[in-house]
Design a protein around this ligand. Structure first.
Ligand code: BG6
Length: 524
């Protein structure tokens, strides 16, 4: 046995006999998530907002829950002239500000030991060679067994450079049983054509099974619960179709504005930022048929089938709406409009509100419109899916006795106040027969004592475990663009979006979109 091989197995033995300490973890508990095997992660774009606010805290939380391999090394790559200590300090601040779990010094010390920073541009041969040498050293000293995940938290313009450098320096391909994976952040292109080119580029370096595209909505517990709700119960499925459902509303409303995000958002807008990925994925999960099981292949096959059957409803002048927030009262604060925000072009045509009508050409959903909407600086932060039911075909009640009754609704509340709500008519106590709407509410926080992990915790762990179910494939991404592209093309010819005051529920055209069919958006 060569010396380096024996050193390496000594290191592996050292780390495998010293798992992360987690007094809360009972090894016999089958409900606990798996622990990632020997591996490490390199983050490109580690100084960016996403890494600071989400990725680094999530990595700490995984370490704290005992779910990372013992010697887990975390390597940051970026342009700053940082030492290992500078990097550690930066990660420490991010963790203290954003981690979900309690800060524990011993967990931190152990994670910090494995941290390194490599300085360089994304097209710098020498810096990538230095990174490759660093990974080799860490393979030997931290027991990673050559298994590395590369997290591309960089704008897509840099994907090409990073992928080519990973290939040129030999890091994209592992020896023997070791693995290399790439985790990619959105935006996955600007339309179907550019998404295709991006996929081709990534797949020219990493085979599709090694590519993990992040859609962080799929990492949310409530989003995974859509599948539990639909397929673990008998209660809902018989009603989950065009015989009973009048229409579906998928809403992702935010109260925040875009201050500080002009660089990313201007020119992208709400539809590309949110509808193309999060909202179309929610639609797929709500509308797909039951998968044979929850393996990535089966789940993705069902999502792809329903996305292929989905298309936008025309004419877009009546079936879509687009807006841009103007100044206004957001609660008790008077806030600026988009065009006054720093970094935005005062003539910007970027929409901060987008709504559209989609249809699904299948037996289950024929004739049921799916209304999708998202916006910044709306009345409040809420993401929900509402299935609005048709009226009962016959009512033995007088008109007057039902004046306070609307349509039945099932609402899946993705966030905040995660849970589910059913709204239906009930008799008002008293001698008459008056019917009024009531709510039946399930709330995660009341039903379960466990706290939900953050979406990024789940997704980073899944990528390390090679569990691909919650990652959209290249085909899903391209199909989502195919659905959205005709609307984007139409909007591109329309100039400025309609303004709506901050703190309201969007432009008037969005209300007209539904009013035309005697429907209205929910005010969640
Ligand atoms: C991101 C969008 O994907 O999701 C942001 O780029 C948006 O614009 C964010 O604010 C919202 O995520 P969450 O998890 O807070 O709903």
């Amino acid at each position: 046995m060569s010396e380096s091989v024996s050193n390496q197995s000594d290191t592996e033995a050292k780390f495998s006999s010293a798992p992360w300490e987690n007094p809360l973890r009972d090894a016999g508990d089958k409900r606990l998530p798996l622990i990632a095997g020997p591996s490490g992660m390199v983050i490109f774009g580690v100084t960016g907002d996403l890494a600071k606010k989400k990725l680094l805290p999530a990595i700490y939380d995984l370490a704290s829950r005992g779910l990372l391999p013992a010697g887990f090394p975390l390597v940051g790559y970026g342009r700053r002239d940082w030492s290992k200590q500078d990097f550690e300090q930066y990660v420490l601040e991010a963790v203290k500000a954003g981690a979900r779990t309690e800060f524990r010094e011993n967990v931190w010390q152990r994670l910090a030991e494995g941290m390194h920073f490599v300085k360089g541009n994304f097209d710098d041969d020498a810096a990538f060679d230095a990174l490759a040498a660093q990974l080799k050293e860490l393979d030997a000293s931290r027991g990673t067994a050559g298994n590395w995940a590369f997290y591309l938290s960089v704008p897509p313009d840099y994907f090409s450079d990073v992928c080519h450098q990973l290939q040129r320096s030999g890091m994209a391909h592992a020896q023997g049983h070791a693995w290399r994976r790439v985790i990619v952040e959105k935006p996955f292109g600007n339309d179907q054509q550019t998404a295709r080119e991006l996929n081709r580029l990534i797949n020219s370096v990493f085979p599709e099974k090694s590519v993990f595209r992040i859609d962080h909505y799929l990492g949310k517990e409530t989003v995974q619960n859509i599948m539990a709700l639909r397929f673990a119960n008998q209660l809902f499925d018989p009603l989950w179709n065009s015989h009973y459902i009048d229409h579906v509303q998928i809403t992702m409303a935010e109260d925040i504005g875009l201050g500080g995000r002009a660089g990313y958002y201007d020119g992208i807008g709400a539809a590309r930022d949110v509808i193309q990925n999060h909202l179309i994925q929610l639609l797929a999960l709500v509308a797909m048929e039951e998968p044979i099981d929850f393996t990535p292949e089966q789940l993705q096959a069902e999502k792809i089938k329903v996305l292929r059957a989905t298309s936008p409803v025309e004419p877009f002048a009546k079936t879509t709406a687009r807006g841009q927030y103007a100044s206004g009262w957001q609660g008790s604060e008077y806030v600026q409009g988009l065009r006054e925000e720093e970094g935005f072009d005062p003539n910007s045509t970027t929409e901060t509100y987008a709504a559209c009508t989609l249809q699904i050409n299948s037996r289950r959903w024929a004739g049921v419109p799916f209304y999708l909407r998202t916006g910044k600086r709306l009345g409040r932060r809420v993401t929900e899916i509402a299935l609005v039911f048709k009226d009962a075909p016959h009512q033995p009640f007088s008109e007057g006795s039902r004046h306070a009754q609307g349509q039945n609704v099932v609402v899946i509340r993705v966030q905040p106040d995660e849970g589910m709500l059913m709204r239906f008519g009930s008799k008002v106590p008293g001698s008459g027969m008056e019917v009024r709407d009531v709510n039946m509410d399930f709330s995660y926080s009341e039903a379960f004592t466990e706290e939900s992990p953050e979406a990024y915790e789940r997704l980073i762990l899944d990528a390390l475990l090679d569990e691909a179910s919650l990652f959209p494939t290249n085909e899903e991404v391209e199909l989502s663009w195919k659905i959205l592209d005709p609307i984007l093309e139409y909007w591109a010819q329309r100039g400025q979006p309609e303004e709506y005051p901050a703190g309201t529920w969007g432009p008037e055209s969005a209300d007209r979109m539904l009013a035309r069919h005697n429907r209205a958006w929910r005010r969640p």
